[in-house]
Design a protein around this ligand. Structure first.
Ligand code: NOJ
Length: 555
């Protein structure tokens, strides 16, 4: 059976940063609505909105305190209904973020759980330990222990994998599973077309009595993923949830965020046999080199180069393993990582070539807002702007190792997720047409990129993305088979084939002129980035250039 999402081309919108319509410095739903014509011209056919539910915004909306209402900074329920309606009118599907692993500590369930240890909501969360002794040494993704003392002073602790103000839900409890299904169905009834299941791989936790072994048995918290990622119960508990959704809403795209899932787990999560998700987003594509890392201070926020050979190997494995099973998700960036143009691409030609290389593979593209302009991370110049203790620690350690404060902060600016969430630059006015007041995230813009200028420049990254998206819609690039061709680390070449139709995508990964030989039948240019020369199968690519060549059809 064919579904709309088989051919989805998704655009990720970080609502707080896309367009402010009421001039409070925070992007909102009516702002997105105003920009529908832009989305339509870009050619995408779905948007994924990061969370817009009521939230204290400890983690920019991933801490939900009411799943059934829109955060007042973003708008009203009526605004959301209007947005869904208007996006649909424009032929654009709507995917909402669905935060199912945890809530905000301000959620009424949690408030009740801590007010009354006998509350039925106590078992909606994970309380453990006694006499002020933590149950184990597990560490949180956001630093420190996963255990936070029960505010009710019971001597127990509650579990939080992320911020301490984001307690994890207890999915072992059937009532929690039922409650979360109700949330999902509430939004699907409103007409949305898909759910991105946030951090779903973490809903099951191992027996809490175990600590992760460390060299000197220290009690220092360890991020011990084997105890809380991808456990078998994740599938057991999500199966009835996914089955029910597919039964009631067969056209709902279930897109899972499976950061640490390897390809075999991705098969388990997406094979039709298992009745779980349609596709998953892995973070395993991007292996980084540590050649340039200064060993005198922590590596976490030091810029690193992408290991292109490992990247090619990863792509090959994901493409070939998921063939016939599900569609891989194709992306270069999201709100949790530095922007493509800052992290990997040294210039716009490279950014375009990398986009062509990624998105014309088999799978579902997710383009992070602003990437289509070649937008970079914002530049922060103070450690406080990151609002993140791990950055503070990094900057201190780098300074202790002899780096200047400015250089250390600049490293974090280039690598941290927050500067990748900057306001969308629509024009060259004071706040770039995003708002008429200082945006919620205020950093210095590193580049010239802005929509109006790029729209008027035929050679812009934006116009390249429009052409690339149009090409992606061709059946050859949607449904064709994929074959990676053998190349050295300086180029990336693959073929797509559907019936008699064939094309080759060839990209240089090198700062020098590259020469490769390709079958002479591929000589009909469909798309290019930078400059190249083709002479009887001898393809010369200028630094970081790329080209898509189709096999000449027989007359
Ligand atoms: C994954 C989201 O992408 C990230 O931004 C968030 O902090 C965590 N899940 C917690 O919800």
């Amino acid at each position: 059976m064919k579904h709309w999402y088989d051919h989805a081309i998704i655009y990720q919108i970080y609502p707080k940063s896309f367009q402010d319509s009421n001039n409070d410095g925070i992007g909102d739903l009516n702002g997105i609505r105003k920009r529908i014509p832009y989305l339509k011209k870009l050619g995408i056919n779905a948007v994924w909105l990061n969370p817009v539910f009521v939230s204290p915004q400890v983690d920019n909306g991933y801490d939900v305190s009411n799943y059934f209402a829109i955060d007042s900074h973003m708008g009203t329920m009526q605004d959301m209904e209007n947005l869904i309606h208007d996006l649909h009118q424009a032929g654009i599907h709507v995917i909402m973020d669905f935060v199912l692993n945890h809530t905000s500590d301000q959620h009424p369930w949690f408030q009740d759980a801590i007010k009354d240890p006998n509350s039925i909501y106590r078992d909606y969360y994970i309380f453990a330990g006694h006499d002020n002794q933590r149950p184990n040494n597990w560490g949180s993704f956001f630093g420190g222990s996963v255990w936070q003392a029960d505010p009710a002073n019971t001597g127990q602790f509650y579990f939080h994998l992320f911020d301490k103000r984001m307690p994890d839900l207890n999915w072992k409890n059937p009532e929690v599973r039922h409650a979360m299904l109700e949330v999902a169905e509430y939004w699907l009834k409103k007409g949305i077309d898909g759910l991105r299941l946030d951090a779903f791989i973490h809903i099951a936790k191992a027996d809490l009595r175990q600590s992760y072994p460390t060299k000197n048995n220290s009690s220092k918290p360890v991020v011990a993923e084997p105890f809380f990622a991808n456990l078998p119960q994740v599938q057991e508990w999500l199966r009835p949830f996914c089955e029910r959704i597919k039964q009631d809403y067969p056209e709902c795209l279930l897109l899972g965020e499976a950061a640490s899932a390897n390809v075999n787990l991705a098969v388990d999560y997406t094979t039709k046999r298992n009745h779980l998700m349609d596709s998953v987003i892995t973070f395993r594509y991007f292996t980084e080199k540590d050649d340039d890392v200064n060993k005198d201070f922590p590596a976490n926020y030091q810029p690193k180069q992408l290991d292109m050979t490992a990247f090619k190997q990863n792509q090959t494995v994901w493409q070939q393993t998921l063939a016939g099973i599900s569609r891989p998700v194709l992306y270069w960036g999201n709100h949790d990582m530095a922007r493509l143009r800052t992290r990997v691409a040294k210039n716009n030609v490279e950014a375009e070539s990398l986009a062509m290389l990624m998105y014309l593979q088999r799978g579902i593209p997710i383009i992070y807002y602003g990437e289509e302009l070649g937008l970079q991370n914002l530049k922060f110049d103070k450690v406080e702007q990151f609002n993140d203790k791990t950055v503070k620690d990094f900057v201190q350690a780098a300074q202790d190792a002899g780096l200047s404060y400015e250089d250390a902060v600049e490293m974090a600016s280039q690598t941290h997720k927050l500067p990748a969430r900057g306001p969308m630059p629509w024009n060259n006015e004071q706040y770039h047409g995003f708002s008429s007041v200082t945006p919620w995230l205020d950093g210095e813009k590193r580049d010239q990129a802005c929509v109006v200028e790029e729209e008027n420049n035929l050679e812009s990254v934006l116009n390249f993305y429009k052409k690339m998206i149009a090409l992606k819609k061709e059946p050859l690039f949607q449904d064709g088979n994929y074959y990676m061709l053998a190349t050295d680390e300086k180029s990336y070449i693959y073929q797509r084939k559907l019936g008699d139709e064939e094309a080759i995508v060839a990209v240089s990964l090198s700062s020098e002129k590259e020469q490769v030989t390709i079958p002479t039948v591929f000589n009909n240019e469909l798309l290019k980035a930078g400059q190249y020369n083709l002479n009887n199968g001898n393809l010369t690519l200028m630094p970081y250039a790329g080209v898509v060549l189709k096999k000449q059809s027989k007359e």
